[in-house]
Design a protein around this ligand. Structure first.
Ligand code: MG
Length: 342
């Protein structure tokens, strides 16, 4: 098994503005695992609000791989699964291992995981959302045109608690498509949230993500009892161990490979959420086609997929999953740009 690491910087097509601030690019580390004639790819995307960096990811993975002499994918998983730190690095290696295992066994990742009771032919992929950060009218117009151009049928509008009405008013002037909102903890009180949710439902919103502070679970319980729209946890839901505590505060969870450390735990999270009768959204950070394609394999069991990462960047070094007629479509990963070896 040969491990190689590459550094890259993903450039946003539009500056990305949410409740936390604005940025133009995201650092990434790509993991390439070569075994016999197969190549598995993984991605660690490293937004600045998370602690991991290109340096920490490469140090962790080089150290990790030094201690494994086996070429068997299962031996790598056995060593990787108990890791509880460096979750972006772990996610990158985990998805590369799944990518490799699927090729070796000539199956898709979904088939290997037996996602629900589906077979690959019967897989039903959910609708994908296209994200619109907090934008001026003109910026929003361009973004909606982009989303429409790539076949998205639903949008996810970021709200910051300050310009909410302007965001929704502008969106409604420009599109009559369905939309979700992601508040990124931007609302301050249950009362504010209740009022805004009633208004958002009237405007055509179908889902509200992370309305209050990630730790405000008691307030969220009150909100859930009164909310006329389903509430999904994102910042409040990082890993498998979080889900049980969220069941009375949220209707659903947003699962991201970068938060939970990869496909292995994300699959366990799906099963747990289903057991608790919670809804599932499979999301991504600002990832390229490598991360989004890995996550796309899990989406037949999700209610929605927010896997627009590759559509928001101008220099994706790969192609993979796409949106077709609004739904997730799986494709093989193909590398299209050179990257710098770390
Ligand atoms: Mg979110």
């Amino acid at each position: 098994m040969k491990l190689s690491l590459y550094q890259y910087q993903l450039q946003f097509k539009f500056p990305f503005r949410i409740a936390h601030g604005v940025r133009s690019h995201t650092d990434v580390v790509y993991v390439k695992l070569e075994h016999e004639n197969f190549i598995g790819w993984g991605e660690a995307t490293l937004p600045p609000y998370l602690p991991e960096t290109q340096k920490s990811v490469s140090e962790f993975l080089l150290e990790f791989s030094k201690n494994i002499s086996s070429n068997a994918v299962e031996d790598w998983f056995e060593k990787l699964n108990p890791v509880q730190t460096n979750l972006s690095a772990k996610a990158a290696l985990d998805m590369a291992l799944w990518n490799l295992k699927a090729q070796i066994e000539n199956k898709t990742i979904g088939e290997l995981l037996v996602v629900g009771d589906n077979t690959n032919n019967g897989f039903y992929f959910p609708m994908g959302t296209y994200t619109i950060g907090v934008s001026s009218f003109d910026e929003m117009k361009l973004k909606i045109e982009e989303g429409n151009k790539y076949g998205f049928e639903i949008f996810k509008i970021k709200l910051d608690g300050e310009k909410d009405e302007e965001q929704i008013r502008n969106f409604k002037k420009l599109s009559d498509k369905k939309f979700a909102v992601d508040v990124n903890q931007g609302w301050k009180t249950v009362e504010e949230a209740i009022g805004k949710i009633v208004w958002l439902k009237e405007e055509g919103c179908f889902l509200v993500e992370q309305p209050l502070d990630k730790n405000a679970l008691d307030e969220m319980k009150l909100l859930k009892q009164k909310s006329v729209l389903p509430l999904y946890a994102d910042e409040s839901c990082q890993r498998l161990s979080d889900i049980e505590n969220l069941k009375d505060s949220f209707d659903g969870i947003n699962i991201k490979l970068m938060k939970c450390g990869g496909i292995t735990e994300a699959n366990q999270m799906i099963l747990k959420a289903r057991e608790l009768k919670m809804k599932i959204l499979i999301g991504c950070m600002s990832e390229s086609s490598v991360g989004c394609t890995a996550a796309a394999h899990l989406t037949p069991l999700a209610d929605y997929a927010d896997l627009d990462g590759s559509y928001l960047i101008s220099n994706d070094p790969f192609s993979g999953m796409k949106i077709k007629e609004g739904r997730i479509q799986l494709n093989q990963l193909v590398q299209s740009h050179a990257m710098t070896l770390l």
